[in-house]
Design a protein around this ligand. Sequence first.
Ligand code: FMN
Length: 191
Amino acid sequence: MIIESILTTLDPAGTANFAPMGVEWGEQEIIIKPFLETTTFKNLRDTGAAVVNLTDDVMLFAQGAIATVQFPAVPATAVRGVVLEAACSWREVEVRSLDATPPRARVVTAVAHRGFRREFLGFNRARHAVLEAAILATRTQLLPAEQIRDEFARLQVIVDKTAGPREREAMALLSDFVRTAPSERTEPASR
Ligand SMILES: Cc1cc2nc3c(=O)[nH]c(=O)nc-3n(C[C@H](O)[C@H](O)[C@H](O)COP(=O)(O)O)c2cc1C
């Protein structure tokens, strides 16, 4: 099963990187599949550790999907890394093997530590809709503009029905982003 996380990694100089990543979940082992051009891949290769942060704050997925971002974080316990302050819970992981076959690496990691900060509430349709919108926002270079527009319209209905203010704000951020024609963007999205 793929669980959507905010993955934090450090570069060799200790600078933290935050990226939304779907990871293959396991209790002892978590598999991360970053595209080779991502900072996440380079950091995993160069420093061999990460923190898989689980959060119910979809704004972080929205912001992370469309820009390079920094979020408040504190040092991890068992690996050289950082834990997102907004995490409900997290796994600190160490790289065991790395297959860098293009276009997408397969990085097998072992769970070295589990942490818990606060409750993760139940299902909310708007949060899932924002997650889907965030993924679409990383694919503006790959999908027809009409498809993106149609899917956003469908997801917006769910947000209107079931969101709180944070989800509404995250959806508005993504909608603004995709409204710009992909051909006008200078930096292509990588997923
Ligand atoms: C919910 C979600 C899941 C994602 N999962 C992945 C993934 O598994 N692998 C990947 O390379 N990119 C994934 N992305 C896209 C990356 O977050 C995006 O390319 C990001 O810019 C990479 O950041 P980085 O270069 O700082 O590592 C995902 C995006 C979202 C919104």
